[in-house]
Design a binder for this molecule. Structure first.
Ligand SMILES: C[S@@+](CC[C@H](N)C(=O)[O-])C[C@H]1O[C@@H](n2cnc3c(N)ncnc32)[C@H](O)[C@@H]1O
Length: 226
């Protein structure tokens, strides 16, 4: 039953496209409808679903990124802080994690979570859809999980991210592959690995490494080219 409900939530954008004759509708309206039709509690349950651990492997993902004490990490589209809290434990008090989101409810949730879990190095940022609101040269690692597809003007967004990433810093993108998977949004809303790599490399990054530990998603690590 729980599984069916989760699938229904994830299928909503497809249903909206089809039911309302919105074939030409932008992804933006599908996404904003999706978020406005689901209560914050529903989204929180979805992101924090314990079953997600099995295929999202958050600990393994974070361990593979070898974040050090003192590092500054930005989690773009942080949601409930599912990954941000793990990064905050790695960076320690001398580091900083920016949990960036455009959803006021998620930002508020992360603020309260940081307080509850005593993570003074976790800062929630209410950003704009076209601006992560990060200072220049402020981060060692920018992490984007299940959010790249929501960013509309990715060329200018990636340019802003590049400015925010330090010279030897990294940009990590985890997104659903264009495969039939029991988890994830409808395939037509996903962005392929090939397009992602081409967009990110065009923005001045180089694909340094790829991990293959996730069954439904690609896991790409880029570094700044200059
Ligand atoms: C599917 S959730 C992923 C949450 C989290 N990364 C995770 O893996 O649990 C996508 C999140 O991205 C946020 N989002 C969508 N567009 C965004 C944008 N342009 N900038 C920042 N956050 C955005 C949404 O509000 C939502 O919280």
């Amino acid at each position: 039953m729980k599984k069916i409900k989760r699938m229904a939530i994830l299928m909503l954008p497809t249903v909206m496209f089809m039911c309302h004759g919105m074939a030409e509708a932008t992804l933006k309206s599908a996404v904003s409808n999706f978020y406005s039709r689901n209560s914050p509690d529903t989204l929180i349950r979805l992101y924090e679903d314990p079953g997600r651990q099995e295929w999202q492997k958050p600990m393994q993902v974070v361990d593979l990124l070898s974040v050090k004490p003192g590092d500054a990490v930005a989690d773009i589209g942080a949601g409930t802080g599912y990954f941000s809290v793990l990064f905050a434990k790695k960076t320690g008090d001398s580091g900083m994690v920016y949990a960036v989101d455009i959803d006021r409810n998620m930002v508020e949730y992360v603020k309260q979570r940081a307080e509850r879990e005593g993570l003074s190095n976790l800062r929630a940022i209410l950003a704009k859809a076209d601006d992560p609101m990060l200072a220049e040269d402020s981060t060692d690692l920018v992490f984007i999980c299940n959010t790249y597809m929501f960013i509309e003007d990715r060329e200018s967004y990636l340019a802003r991210l590049k400015d925010a990433i330090k010279k030897n810093g990294r940009l990590v993108i985890i997104s659903y592959n264009l495969i039939d998977s029991p988890e994830g949004p409808p395939i037509h809303t996903r962005i392929s690995k090939k397009i992602t790599v081409s967009e990110v490399e065009k923005a001045g990054f180089v694909l340094e490494k790829e991990h293959f530990i996730l069954p439904y998603q690609h896991f790409l690590i880029f570094t700044r080219r200059d």
